[in-house]
Structure formats: C-alpha cells, structure tokens
Design a protein around this ligand. Structure first.
Ligand code: NDP
Length: 315
C-alpha cells in the first residue's frame, strides 16, 4: 500500500477542519486535509447562515465553505478528496487509511469528521430512499415545488428546513413529537407565522405509503394507550431533521467517546487521550454545534498541534 508521512493530518472539511487548516497553514505545518464524504460538510446543505459574525446580510453555507477552503489553500493547506476508512491512533505512530488504499502516517491528527443526519429507523425510509425521503431540504427541496411535504423534528434544523421548503412547496407539515418546539425563539416565531406551515405537535410517524414514491404518511397523535388518534396525511416528500450521529466509528477503539459517539476531549481543550490527536467541531460537541464554535475548536486544535510539535522538537 502507498504510504505518505505528514506532520499534520486534518480529517474533515467543515468549518472545524478548514479553520484548523488555515491556522496550521499559516504556522507552516504543511497540513494535509482530506475532505471526506461531503466536501464542505453539513453547512453546504443548509440555507443562509445568519449568525456567523461578520456577515450582516448572512451568507449561504456553500459560499462560506468555498471561502474557507480558498483561505486554507492560500496558506498552503493541501486539500484532497478522500475518505478516512480505517485508523490506528498511537502517539507519534498514527496511521490513517484513505479510501482503503493509501496509508498516511501522521505525527498529529485533527479529527473533524462531523456528524451525519439521523433517520427514524422505519423500514419505509429505506424503501422510499431517493423516492420522496430526504434528510436535506436544500439538496432536494427543488423537486417539491408546489407540492406537499412533511418535515420531522422540532429543533432549529427542522424549523429552518420547514421555512425553506415553505418557499417552494404549497404546504409543509412540521411533525413534532413533543407539545413544543425545541428550536430557538426566532425560528419558532418564523415557523408559527408562516401560513404554509402547519405544525402537528405530539405526533409521530409510523410509516409511509405510495405506489411509485411517497404519497402519504401514517401518523399517530399522542402516542399513549389512553389517548391516541391514528390517521394519514397526503404528502409528496418526507424530510428528516431529527439530529445527527457523530462520525467517530473508526476512532472509537483508541479514544473515549460518550454513549452517542461524541469524542470526549480534555475539558475545554480539543485534546483526546492520545497525545497529538485532537477532535474539533461537531464530532466532539453535543451541545453547541454551531459553525462558529466548530471553527473555534479547529483553531484551538491547530494551535495545540503547533505546541505539540514544538515541544517534541519536530517543527
Ligand atoms: P436537535 O437535537 O436540536 O433537535 C432534534 C429534534 O428532533 C428535536 O425536536 C427532537 O425532539 C426531534 N427528534 C429526535 N429524535 C426523534 C425521533 N426519533 N422522532 C421524532 N422526533 C425526534 O437537532 P438540530 O439538528 O435541530 O440542531 C442541532 C444543533 O444545531 C442545535 O444546537 C441547533 O441550535 C443548531 N442549529 C443551529 C442553526 C442556526 O443557528 N441557524 C440551524 C440548525 C441547527 P425532542 O425535542 O423531543 O428531543
């Protein structure tokens, strides 16, 4: 297998990975960054980012990630296509396999692999994958112009997707399992004020149906024995927005994760229990999960890498 030695390997290309690459590049660490399955990360599937400081008018997720990538390249980051498929983490002897065919021996590693959208776990989600089921409104919303869609979830993502889809579709059901939305106040207000969005509180989805794609969803209102009502709604598209699963599987044998899979770091630092290996962004953050917090932890990781290499006399 082809082997390459690098001083600083960054895995993942969201705001955490790119920010780490900007800092590591400016520190002359010749960082190599592998972009992973979704170059640019989750933000490329979002609409406008309105809360990143410095953009009074907001900026699209796609544009921001493009800018971050260019900025990292300007300082010498080597940004490549490729997915980390296997890992061995051990101080000074980290080995990461890319696409199952290339081995990178990395003195330091910044894990910024983010998280992936979760599904409800219904058989019908698989049955109708690509035929009406989606976990990305900005990717697939276009196909539902003047149609009826449902979004599941009550967080900021669900609200954002419902609002985005309301701009295209004729009607949007927002299916929320609790009697309230978990999203921020501003997003809640926007949802409640949007005439095209109907919020179905205390509803769960039990299945989907349709001949050649999704034509409807079976729902249950107040899912408990004493008080429930089962019925179906006619929809053309079914969007999941119920949170994410951290992409930490290949690293789990070597570092600590919580029960969900988020990497546990040393307090507020991005240090993992393997010296020289750091975790940045959503992979280590079950709490904040913002572009700005991910970028900040990418920055911290690159600073840690520089200090580590300097202490070891490897700069
Ligand atoms: P959240 O974890 O905040 O919300 C997930 C939602 O999905 C909750 O309402 C949850 O319900 C619901 N849910 C989870 N599992 C199921 C299930 N099996 N069936 C039905 N409903 C389910 O995830 P988000 O992706 O919305 O947000 C993640 C983070 O990113 C948050 O911190 C959020 O603030 C942030 N974010 C910020 C944005 C912004 O600032 N512009 C945009 C998007 C996200 P319940 O409440 O009952 O647990």
């Amino acid at each position: 297998m082809e082997t390459e030695k690098v001083k600083c390997l960054i895995i993942g290309s969201g705001p955490a990975g790119y920010t780490a690459a900007i800092y590591a590049g400016r520190a002359n660490l010749s960082p190599v960054l592998y972009e992973g399955l979704q170059p640019g990360g989750q933000l490329t599937t979002t609409t406008d980012i309105e809360n990143f400081p410095g953009y009074p008018e907001g900026i699209s997720g796609q544009a921001m990630m493009e800018d971050l990538r260019k900025q990292a390249e300007r300082f010498g980051a080597d940004i490549r296509f490729g997915i980390a498929t296997k890992a061995h983490l051990e101080e000074g002897k980290n080995k990461i396999i890319i696409d199952g065919k290339k081995e990178i021996e990395a003195t330091t590693v910044i894990i910024a692999t983010g998280a992936t959208a979760k599904y409800l776990g219904l058989e019908d989600e698989k049955k109708y994958a690509g035929m009406g089921v989606s976990a990305c409104a900005t990717c697939d919303g276009f196909f539902y112009r003047k149609k009826v869609v449902a979004v599941v979830g009550g967080g900021d993502t669900a609200c954002e997707e419902a609002i985005y889809l309301a701009g295209l579709a004729s009607k949007v059901y927002l299916i929320v399992r609790k009697p309230f939305l978990r999203a921020s106040k501003i997003m809640q207000e926007r949802v409640m004020q949007n005439e095209k969005i109907e919020v179905l509180f205390e509803h769960n989805v039990t299945g989907l149906f349709g001949e050649n794609g999704v034509e409807g969803a079976n729902v249950v209102f107040r899912w408990n024995e004493s008080d429930e009502r089962r019925y179906s709604i006619a929809i053309d598209g079914f969007f999941l927005a119920i949170g994410h699963q951290p992409n930490s599987e290949i690293f789990k044998p070597y570092i600590d994760t919580d029960e969900v899979g988020y990497i546990i770091t040393d307090g507020a630092s991005p240090r993992t229990k393997v010296p020289g290996v750091y975790a940045a962004g959503d992979i280590a953050d079950p709490h904040y999960r913002q572009a700005i917090t991910a970028a900040a932890s990418g920055c911290k990781s690159a600073i840690e890498v520089e200090r580590y290499l300097s202490e070891k006399g490897l700069l």
